[in-house]
Write a protein that binds this ligand. Structure first.
Ligand code: AMP
Ligand code: ZN
Length: 664
């Protein structure tokens, strides 16, 4: 088989597996096999750029960067929907319809997905453009980002029209949303508020490789175009499915408003079983002929109607407010409620977010409060039923000192959260840091769980993660629920963690804003904790993808004596606080001492691959051009300001090709 055939075959095969997995939800190959084949294809494509294809599955990983999204006028306006809230509203709608069209009316009922609307254009079976709704008349061109969403076909199958648009919704399923938040919390960052905002925010990220990492899905429900041989909305969905699109599996065809209401009532109670957020049902006149007769108002189609589910809300009594202290010292006020059923679960607690929120709502102990469950994991307090406020109620005063250690709280300029600054002496912070240190993505210590950590701290056996390495079986064997076997396992697990690679130890240190990915970047760039601890703000900020917030936090960490002590003890106990010999020797040193700025869009390698090549050859990728920059590797669309800056500092600008020759 020649190279071209090999490439084509791999592309077909990988596209099929993608389709099976992301559209049909029936995986047909292991992740490992998939990755192996993808790497194979990537290597072939890099070596033979003449076979570039904009629909290759390798483009799913992203890498294209869009600084300013181009505004594009929609070929056909993207409308909003009229809303209804009751059976009466729907009956009124039907009466209006009957005055405008003849004959029986059928309706398709679909779920109303709560995400970001999108319009995709296909020409000759290839995705050529993806636009956000924008103001309905014009939207943003987010094609590079949309291409990374695996359920969006890059190339169609079956018998599709030459040119058409298809519209739908980008959603972030709960599972993926929760996983993203777990990672943010582990990195000491604020969790995202809800899946919808996160989905629409994702579409506007500048780096498509970041979008590729987010588990977004695309659900499509309407085809727009001229001369398309489709007669009904229901057929619309079926056809789109046969061309390879992910269409909603749940849709119903009915010929009466009663049938519509059955669908509405069923999903009003069962929607919590769905993997993503829905906020209602969309009812559409099924016949496209009748749709054309009905047309549009200024704002919405006359042939469609949204039925909004009521946000589930209950009222219950606020029993007391407690304050939690996180591992970074952040204080979160929590409303403890008289238990009440909401959306199928018993709610006992709700988040009050911060002091401002309490003040804004003016919630007081003893109040009857309205609790609502939206996309958030923890229910929210929406307001207070003032009619039921007890006469003797007193205004809530936010705590001024830590509920655990009594240290006066601080609140940094511009931040909503209060903090307990006593990081060395505050028990929940101590426990939280050690729990983070032993967690799966950090040191992953076998035989030691979060509760045991709390017990060890309470018993005075450990106060920081370095203390773990001084534990012996006979010191812990007397503890509750600790048999000889588990004491041994714990000690063994702790000892084994000395082999965990540097980047995970670095993540485990719990430096604020240094999550898993940032830890990897820093480990690679600085190679040892020693070098990292000496880095200045300016130096850190130069590291690719490291911003000022992270840089400040790192400098702050290493300027605290207690942390320096802690790290030197870890070194003493034999933890990996530098890259291993192996990781270092895998690195070529061809680019040793050189600093690169990467700018623009590349042809044979993606931006990320290019950076990885610089990295693995011993060079450094930095984010902005300065006199210390050795080279700027420029692709297409390099910004003019970067170019003139490089020129004025006399930093050589080289092409992708010239760079590749450098390391060859
Ligand atoms: P609204 O933004 O409340 O006016 O609702 C209109 C939006 O609902 C549309 O722009 C779509 O993005 C979205 N939507 C979600 N699911 C559907 C669906 N099944 N059919 C039509 N629109 C939908
Ligand atoms: Zn405290």
């Amino acid at each position: 088989m020649d190279i071209k055939e090999q490439i084509l075959q791999l592309r077909d095969e990988l596209s099929q597996h993608n389709y099976n997995y992301y559209v049909l939800d029936t995986p047909s190959i292991s992740d490992f096999e998939f990755d192996t084949k993808l790497k194979q294809l990537q290597a072939l494509e890099t070596a033979h750029p003449q076979y570039y294809d904009a629909s290759s599955p390798t483009l799913r990983v992203g890498g294209e960067v869009t600084k300013n999204f181009e505004t594009v006028v929609h070929a056909q306006r993207m409308y909003s929907l009229d809303n209804s809230y009751s059976k009466e509203d729907l009956m009124d709608w039907e009466t209006r319809l009957r005055k405008m069209v003849d004959g029986p009316i059928q309706y398709t009922c679909e779920l109303k997905y709560d995400g970001a609307s999108i319009s995709l254009t296909y020409e000759n079976g290839l995705l050529v453009q993806a636009l956000t709704r924008g103001d309905g008349t014009q939207g943003d061109n987010v094609t590079a980002n949309i291409k990374t969403i695996k359920s969006v076909p890059l190339k169609l199958r079956g018998d599709y029209p030459d040119k058409f648009e298809i519209r739908g919704e980008i959603v972030l399923p709960f599972e993926g949303f929760n996983a993203m938040n777990a990672e943010r919390i582990a990195a000491g960052e604020e969790p995202y508020k809800n899946p919808r905002n996160t989905a629409s925010g994702s579409l506007k990220l500048q780096d498509s490789a970041e979008v590729a990492k987010r588990p977004l899905e695309c659900l499509l429900y309407s085809i727009v175009g001229d001369n398309i041989a489709i007669k009904t909305q229901f057929e619309n969905l079926e056809k789109a499915g046969s061309w390879g699109f992910k269409v909603p599996a749940i849709a119903k065809l009915t010929d009466s408003i009663d049938g519509v209401l059955e669908f509405v009532n069923y999903w009003d109670t069962h929607r919590h079983e769905l993997p993503y957020e829905t906020d209602g049902v969309v009812i559409k006149v099924n016949s496209l002929y009748q749709q054309a007769e009905l047309g549009y108002t200024a704002k919405a189609p006359r042939w469609a109607m949204a039925y909004k589910f009521k946000a589930e809300q209950v009222s219950t009594r606020l029993e007391h407010i407690s304050y939690q202290v996180g591992r970074t010292g952040a204080i979160t006020p929590v409303a403890n409620l008289q238990p009440v059923e909401l959306a199928g679960t018993i709610v006992k607690r709700a988040s009050l977010h911060n002091a401002d929120q309490i003040e804004k709502l003016d919630v007081r102990i003893g109040d009857w409060v309205y609790v609502e469950k939206g996309g958030e994991i923890i229910p929210k307090i929406m307001g207070v039923d003032l009619d039921r406020r007890p006469a003797e109620s007193i205004e809530t005063v936010y705590i001024s000192s830590c509920p655990e250690c009594d240290t006066p709280l601080v609140r940094n300029e511009g931040e909503a959260q209060h903090y307990c600054p006593n990081d060395v002496g505050c028990t929940p912070q101590i426990i939280g840091r050690i729990q983070h240190y032993i967690s799966r993505k950090a040191l992953d210590i076998e035989g030691l769980g979060g509760e045991t950590v709390a017990l060890l701290v309470h018993e005075g056996l450990i106060r920081d993660y370095a203390d773990l390495y001084e534990l012996t079986a006979d010191r812990i064997i007397h503890l509750d629920r600790m048999a000889e076997k588990s004491a041994d396992n714990l000690v063994k697990g702790v000892q084994a963690s000395k082999d965990v690679p540097f980047e995970r130890v670095l993540f485990g240190l719990g430096i604020r804003y240094v999550g898993e990915t940032v830890a990897k970047k820093l480990a690679k760039h600085y190679k040892s904790i020693e070098a990292l601890s000496k880095a200045t703000l300016e130096d850190l900020e130069q590291v690719d993808e490291i911003g000022i917030k992270i840089a400040e936090s790192v400098v702050d960490f290493f300027s605290t004596e207690a942390n320096v002590q802690l790290v030197s003890r870890l070194i003493l106990y034999g933890l990996q606080l530098q890259l291993s010999e192996e990781a270092l020797s895998n690195q070529s040193t061809q680019l040793e001492g050189l600093r690169f700025v990467v700018s623009g869009v590349f042809e044979t390698v993606s931006r990320d691959e290019l950076k990885a090549l610089i990295d693995s050859n011993g060079g450094k990728v930095v984010s902005s051009i300065s006199a210390k920059t050795s080279y700027v590797v420029a692709g297409a669309n390099m910004g003019p300001s970067k170019r003139s800056k490089a020129e004025s500092l006399q930093v050589p600008i080289i092409s992708e090709q010239a760079f590749l020759e450098m390391i060859d």
